[in-house]
Design a protein around this ligand. Structure first.
Ligand SMILES: CC(C)(COP(=O)(O)OP(=O)(O)OC[C@H]1O[C@@H](n2cnc3c(N)ncnc32)[C@H](O)[C@@H]1OP(=O)(O)O)[C@@H](O)C(=O)NCCC(=O)NCCS
Length: 355
């Protein structure tokens, strides 16, 4: 297989990577053929990658010439000893990158400029707080006239994902287990990326579940976070919590685990926050139709083995009626597990969400 095929990424995935990035590196040349490289905020509008710049600037001198914009997301640094205890050769970086080739052009029409500026504002100031960027709006008529908006007319977009595709399935399992043991921020997500890009990788033992056709998931991404929130909707401890708040809680938690069917349906979720010293477990839930098969036990075992939870001196949770479920993992009530030297009082301040 050619290297480009081995590491190739689907165009829509490359586009998504590009859109999610808050900046790109833009390379072009000046009149004398000298290289220009700049870091730019960007927004894609159809087949145009738009930028905003001062009218008289180095970046504008590349107009009419070929240019390349690129962005990348580092998934994990992979040390050599994950696969080879002696040689340094296997050390590498897992990453995803997207590169756009095209020609740099100036956008002259107020409508085009407004569309790019609106897309840039939507990325940089998603909360709004300004009049809509519309070429017909008197608020912007003058400003848009004097504004320099230039764009890369996209001719080709190429994505690359280097996530262990060159390794044997057995080596990939070693890498996955190495990531799980190391547990740096992002490592659990890198395990899921490794499995996604290499579906022939045998499932690492830590992700096996007792239910046929269901596997444990080391990290839930943003789409999974939204699904987790739907799954949890109506649970007794979330009655006053809107679904999007639960989804955000998953996105912001250091630890998010779950279980999925082969078809990708999320059937169990749990999360934890952790500062390395104390971890708090929240939102443990198995889909009703999957309960009673050992999935909850496997899920909590994975959660407790997660690097951010594993090393914590205290792991805490509260429950209404699942006390005995947690006991087998060593959890005890505060009264049963006194702190030597003093008796702590648990305190809380309750107030409306988001106040
Ligand atoms: C609690 C929950 C996660 C357990 O998931 P599950 O997949 O049904 O659990 P398992 O099949 O792995 O059960 C493991 C063991 O715990 C026991 N158990 C399960 N739920 C229990 C509960 N609520 N209280 C006490 N023991 C429980 C099981 O009987 C089993 O013990 P056994 O092997 O001796 O029979 C699941 O019932 C659930 O999602 N409940 C609703 C949400 C909830 O209450 N979450 C906990 C909030 S703190």
């Amino acid at each position: 297989m050619r290297k480009a095929d081995l590491y190739g990424m689907r165009d829509d995935a490359a586009r998504a990577l590009l859109d999610a990035a808050d900046h790109v590196h833009l390379a072009t040349t000046d009149e004398a053929g000298g290289p220009i490289l700049r870091t730019m905020n960007h927004a894609r509008v159809g087949d145009v990658l738009g930028f905003h710049a001062a009218p008289v600037g180095e970046k504008m001198s590349g107009l009419g010439r070929p240019a390349v914009a690129s962005t990348e997301r580092v998934l994990a640094l992979i040390p050599s000893y994950f696969v080879d205890p002696v040689r340094a050769c296997p050390a590498t970086t897992y990453y995803e990158s997207a590169m756009v080739h095209g020609t740099l052009v100036a956008l002259e029409e107020p409508e085009q400029k407004a569309a790019v500026m609106a897309a840039l504002m939507a990325k940089l100031q998603p909360e709004g707080g300004h009049a809509p960027l519309d070429a017909a709006s008197p608020v912007y008529a003058k400003a848009l006239g004097g504004l320099a908006v230039f764009a890369l007319r996209v001719e080709r977009i190429a994505g690359k994902a280097k996530v262990g595709q060159n390794r044997t399935p057995a080596d990939r399992v070693r890498v996955a287990l190495g990531l799980w043991r190391r547990g740096a921020p992002g490592d659990a997500a890198a395990i899921e990326a490794l499995l996604r890009y290499n579906p022939d990788t045998p499932l690492p033992d830590v992700l096996r579940s007792p239910v046929p056709g269901v596997r444990l998931v080391a990290h839930l991404d943003a789409a999974d976070a939204a699904r987790a929130a739907s799954l949890l909707e109506g649970e007794y401890w979330l009655t006053d919590v809107p679904r999007e708040v639960t989804a955000r809680a998953f996105e912001r938690s250091a630890v998010t685990v779950g279980a999925k069917t082969e078809a990708g349906e999320l059937v169990a979720v749990a999360r934890a926050t952790s500062d390395g010293k104390t971890a708090w477990i929240y939102d443990v839930m198995v889909a009703p139709s999957r309960r009673g098969s050992g999935l909850g036990r496997a899920l909590v075992a994975l959660l407790c083995d997660h690097p951010a939870v594993r090393g914590a001196a205290a792991v805490r949770l509260s429950t209404r009626d699942a006390e005995n479920f947690y006991r087998e993992f060593g959890f005890r009530t505060l009264a049963e597990s006194p702190r030597p030297g003093f008796t702590p009082v648990e305190m809380i301040v309750r107030r409306p969400l988001g106040a």
